[in-house]
Write a protein that binds this ligand. Structure first.
Ligand SMILES: C[S@@+](CC[C@H](N)C(=O)[O-])C[C@H]1O[C@@H](n2cnc3c(N)ncnc32)[C@H](O)[C@@H]1O
Length: 217
């Protein structure tokens, strides 16, 4: 049973047209700067064992997994088939609009680690997705939700456009916990700008993550 956390108003967004239209053309760009990406990759190295089956939900042409490490399987999901086909880390992938259909075509207890990078902020039904992820993840498996402080504003629901960074962390943790995830870590860090600016104290994209753990058997 999905436990609702958001109000109807919090799910509304400026551009209510089909999300598939917005993602129809591939974007072969990095959505996050190099400082954020290197912090994310370090987190993956620390938390995901090589024997894991990994699901990169709301993915693109990059998965930010550590180079030189292979996993049992990496499954990708997104909204643009050409981006996913170009992602060298994915063993297989599928396309699905999660704001239209929240049921994932994956077997119960078949995944060890779910990654969502700069994607949660576009979910209008995050509770149903969090519940589905709990179903497909194995006991003791984890979900890592990472994001920074930017978004495609017109495509983000009001809960995200109206909230601060702290609010975003709090709502992701609340939605996960409401579906039965144990919130194991909440991370909020500055990152240093790359190169000389970083040596002078310049900042990169701030790094935020919420990590949920499914109970062991
Ligand atoms: C800013 S991109 C981030 C992509 C990738 N995770 C990365 O790190 O580069 C946001 C992604 O969210 C996904 N997305 C957005 N709206 C979606 C929806 N309604 N259903 C499924 N996926 C969606 C798309 O795959 C899109 O590539």
């Amino acid at each position: 049973m999905v436990q609702q956390v958001l109000s109807a108003a919090q799910r509304a967004k400026l551009d209510g047209s089909d999300d598939a239209l917005f993602y129809a053309e591939p974007r072969f760009v990095q959505h996050l700067d190099a400082s954020f990406r290197s912090r994310l990759t370090a987190l993956y190295r620390e938390r995901i064992p090589p024997c894991a089956v990994v699901l990169d939900l709301m993915s693109s042409w990059v998965s930010h997994l550590p180079e030189g490490l292979t996993y049992d399987e990496v499954i990708g999901h997104g909204l643009n088939a050409r981006e996913l086909e170009a992602n060298p880390r994915l063993d297989r992938h599928w396309v699905q609009n999660l704001n239209r259909d929240q049921m994932l075509p994956l077997a119960e207890a078949s995944v060890d680690a779910v990654l969502i990078v700069a994607g949660w902020q576009y979910l209008q039904q995050p509770e149903a997705i969090a519940a589905e992820l709990l179903r497909v993840v194995r006991p003791a498996g984890q979900v890592i939700v990472a994001f920074s402080n930017r978004m495609f504003f017109q495509k983000a629901p009001q809960v995200w456009t109206d909230g601060s960074d702290r609010d975003h962390l709090e709502i992701v943790a609340r939605v996960l916990a409401a579906q039965g995830w144990a919130v194991e870590a909440v991370i909020a860090e500055d990152t240093p700008a790359q190169g000389p600016l970083g040596w002078l104290g310049g900042k990169g994209d701030p790094f935020f993550a919420v990590i949920g753990r499914k109970a062991s058997l």
